[in-house]
Design a protein around this ligand. Structure first.
Ligand code: SF4
Length: 329
């Protein structure tokens, strides 16, 4: 189902010549991580650890564990490198799907009727199939655009939860977007950032989803959260401690703004979003997420208090308008 370029990994290990390696992978790839541990141990004689901590993205590198375990090389499996984070102590190893996308794209054709110019986006697991998907769409008479990312994604057409710039790049050229991949978090980000009709097709389940209703329900919930925050007095700012999530400037900016509006503010550093722990801060009325955008998009509904992104806080404070936050065309 997925392929890992073990030869590339071997070449990377030969280059770094580590004595001790820490492998990190998202849950779905845990078994691949064990197989890689066997390979490294057998072929190179290194001591190998496999992280059992949660891993949702390429930004969550386990530097603390690496330091405590005297690890020379972190191997992060499953996500593409984030520019600036692939230092000489980190080897990013992508895991690519080998699934044929022909069936998935053909299945999506019925929902794409009426749209001629299509923007294609995907996540790194399916990036190797993007040109095949493009060719199939073109056979159906579509004009296909694939955009260039500007921030954290590195491949044309690749999006992340925190970087939909590859879609924004071509938003003005296309009638609709087709996302190839699982889950609705990524295509929802595209729909919100571009305002264009967005459809998702999962190459594994062949399920096709129109994001229109997902987006409508999502915005209704976000708006309700903002309304709840308008009269709140006590705010907790979530400061992500993951290496690629910590944004102290943003924390200071929001802290300053909230204090200026007479609010009481607490800064809450955290590695992982845990609704139970946050619920224990009973006097805090609103949480402000400055870490991974997934928290406010997906996980905030696991807690019964508003969890707003900084731009939503600005709406609650009357500094920005709600209709400025998301594109709707
Ligand atoms: S911040 Fe969130 S969306 Fe961005 S890379 Fe990290 S885990 Fe993924």
């Amino acid at each position: 189902m997925f392929t890992v370029d073990y030869e590339k990994i071997s070449a990377g290990i030969e280059r770094y010549n580590p004595r001790c390696v820490l492998i990190q992978a998202p849950e779905g790839f845990s078994e691949y991580a064990l197989k890689l541990a066997d390979l490294i141990r057998d072929r190179f004689g290194c001591r190998v650890y496999v992280s059992a901590d949660p891993c949702f993205g390429a930004c969550m590198l386990p530097y603390d564990a690496a330091r405590k375990l005297s690890v020379d090389l972190i191997i992060h499996m499953g996500h593409a490198a984030i520019p600036g984070m692939d230092s000489n102590r980190v080897l990013y190893v992508e895991v690519r799907s080998d699934l044929d996308v022909k069936q998935a794209v053909s299945k999506a054709m019925s929902i794409l009727k009426g749209y001629r110019k299509i923007g294609l986006v995907t996540i790194v697991q399916h990036i190797g199939k993007l040109m095949e998907a493009k060719r199939i769409l073109e056979e159906y008479g579509k004009i296909v655009y694939i955009g260039k990312p500007r921030f954290r994604a590195i491949y044309e057409g690749q999006i992340l939860g925190c970087d939909t710039s590859a879609a924004e790049d071509i938003a003005d050229d296309v009638d609709a977007f087709l996302y190839i991949g699982g889950g609705l978090f990524h295509p929802l980000g595209v729909a919100l950032a571009t305002g264009k009709p967005t459809f998702a097709v999962d190459p594994f389940t062949l399920q096709v989803t129109d994001l229109k209703d997902v987006k409508r329900r999502f915005l209704a919930k976000r708006y309700a959260s903002i309304v709840k925050a308008v009269d709140a007095r006590i705010f907790g700012i979530l400061l992500g401690l993951q290496p690629g999530q910590m944004d102290l400037d943003k924390v200071r900016e929001i802290e300053y703004l909230l204090r200026e509006h007479g609010k009481t503010v607490y800064i809450l550093p955290m590695h992982i979003f845990d609704p139970d722990i946050l619920s224990s801060f009973r006097s805090i009325e609103v949480f402000v997420n400055t870490a991974c955008p997934r928290l406010a998009l997906e996980d905030s509904f696991r807690i019964d208090k508003p969890v707003l992104n900084p731009s939503e806080v600005m709406v609650a404070l009357g500094v920005r308008r709600w209709d400025e936050l998301f594109r709707d065309t």
